[in-house]
Design a protein around this ligand. Structure first.
Ligand code: NGQ
Ligand code: ZN
Length: 456
């Protein structure tokens, strides 16, 4: 009886399912915050479009605080690498308290935009001079705490960062706070893995091929700790790194990775922008995820991913907001499609078959890939998955004459005001009528942290 009472029943006017919208569909949420079978009491009616929340498969939380601060032309030709210098200078000023304040604000904004999970690719481990904090995992704990405060599911990916370039050179002074030897990294991982619980998963990240010396690669791959759970890596984002990889290792980055690792569905290759046809096919066939971050990739001048060819080979994609120049699954998916249209001078590129909706294709694909990258039971409103969902605003004028055939395309392509009205994570409403339950406090603390940061 008490079990039954703890089940909350819902009925949605439209409920998203992998195969499309279902009308007047019922579902329930159990006391563990998971989608359950069964009818509890009178169902609570959700009058709008109810969708699984989107996983955000790539985030560097601290970078949110510098969004918009690197858009002024510098003395020489601005590039990814000059942006990185600005980013390093900024990273040097972040401590655990500041990181928590920034991340909590960021995660609130993610929830309000429709992301209900985040993969945090976390490499700001030590004090600015590279000395570990008294509690070695202090920065990781700041992120975990921020996610708990906001109520977003977190896959924390502590990053292994050992060298400053493909040639295995040591870390630059500003990179020292990112660095570990393998032994200390595995210690950090072991400590963090004891904290895993519902809504908190620990995975692994290798910063990039540049950051793992060739002579260390084998021992990294053979570590027991890397044999389970998600493995994420930055790869082939910039032409310069493709050229460096060829020069030092005799192969392109994705090519080299496939020669030296058993890349499978646990892997997420973040960016994977510059691919040959053979690499595109190999990545697609591996079942790994291409972790695409279109707004950051545009902002940093990376290039465009070969989406059509990859989708035709049944490749898996997910999306991330990465540098957080923008925090919106709508914008990531929209720009993913628009980049392709601008490049190919065609329309409706992501939809590969006549009659398919671009919006539905993209939301469905990113849910699937993001779920895989997160290593969590999310991404669908099905029994046993976390009850992580968003409800679109039924009152928005844009949605007025939209039937189920056009709802997702209107949401993704025509929305300019936020359409995410309510958000539930782990069975709890965290956003109601566009407001997060703790947004005022979290924003006030963020402002103070930013003032400290910019006056230091
Ligand atoms: C990062 N960000 O780790 O934050 C990187 C820049 C690097 C992106 N690649 C630094 N978007 O790649 O070395
Ligand atoms: Zn990144």
């Amino acid at each position: 009886m008490s079990d039954m009472a703890a089940v909350h029943a819902f009925q949605a006017r439209q409920l998203w399912h992998d195969s499309g919208w279902r009308v007047d569909a019922a579902f329930a949420v159990d006391q563990h915050g998971r989608i359950a079978q069964g009818q509890g009491s009178t169902p609570h009616y959700l009058d709008g479009w109810v969708l699984p929340g989107m996983p955000n498969l790539h985030s560097h939380a601290f970078q949110r605080a510098m969004a918009g601060l690197a858009e002024r032309r510098g003395p020489s030709d601005d590039s990814f690498w000059t942006w990185r210098e600005t980013m390093y200078a900024f990273a040097a000023r972040i401590d655990p308290e500041t990181l928590q304040a920034i991340a909590a604000q960021l995660y609130v904004e993610m929830l309000k935009a429709g992301y209900t999970q985040v993969c945090e690719f976390h490499y700001l481990h030590h004090q600015p001079d590279g000395t570990p904090y008294a509690q070695a995992e202090a920065m990781s704990l700041a992120l975990i705490e921020a996610a708990r405060e906001a109520g977003i599911a977190l896959t924390l990916l502590p990053v292994l960062y050992m060298s400053g370039g493909f040639d295995g050179r040591s870390l630059s002074p500003r990179q020292r706070r990112f660095g570990h030897d393998l032994e200390h990294y595995l210690q950090l991982l072991a400590t963090l893995r004891t904290l895993e619980r519902d809504g908190l998963r620990i995975g692994v990240a290798l910063h990039s091929l540049r950051a793992i010396p060739e002579h260390s690669w084998r021992s990294v791959m053979e570590s027991e700790a890397l044999k389970t759970g998600p493995v994420h890596i930055h790869i082939a984002e910039q032409i310069g790194e493709v050229q460096d990889c060829i020069a030092t290792r005799g192969a392109r980055p994705v090519e080299w990775l496939f020669q030296h690792a058993a890349v499978d569905k646990r892997w997420c290759l973040v960016h994977a922008t510059h691919l040959t046809e053979a690499e595109t096919a190999q990545l697609a066939h591996s079942g790994a995820i291409a972790g695409l971050c279109p707004t950051t990739e545009a902002n940093l001048g990376d290039g465009l991913f070969p989406l059509a060819r990859y989708l035709d080979a049944n490749g898996i994609i997910g999306i991330g907001s990465d540098s957080h120049i923008s925090i919106s699954p709508v914008e990531e998916l929209r720009w993913l499609e628009y980049g392709q249209r601008l490049q190919t001078r065609h329309r409706n590129v992501a939809a590969r078959h006549a009659g398919d909706s671009v919006g539905e294709t993209l939301w469905r694909a990113a849910l699937r890939g993001g779920t895989q990258a997160a290593g969590m039971a999310i991404g669908a409103l099905e029994e046993g998955r976390r009850a992580d969902l968003i409800v679109l605003d039924r009152d928005a004028p844009l949605m007025a004459a939209r039937d189920n055939r056009s709802a997702m395309d209107s949401f993704l392509f025509a929305g300019n005001v936020p359409l995410v009205r309510h958000v539930m994570t782990g069975g709890r409403w965290v956003v109601r009528d566009f407001k997060h339950h703790d947004e005022t406090r979290i924003a006030a603390r963020y402002r103070l942290a930013m003032e400290r940061l910019t006056s230091a």
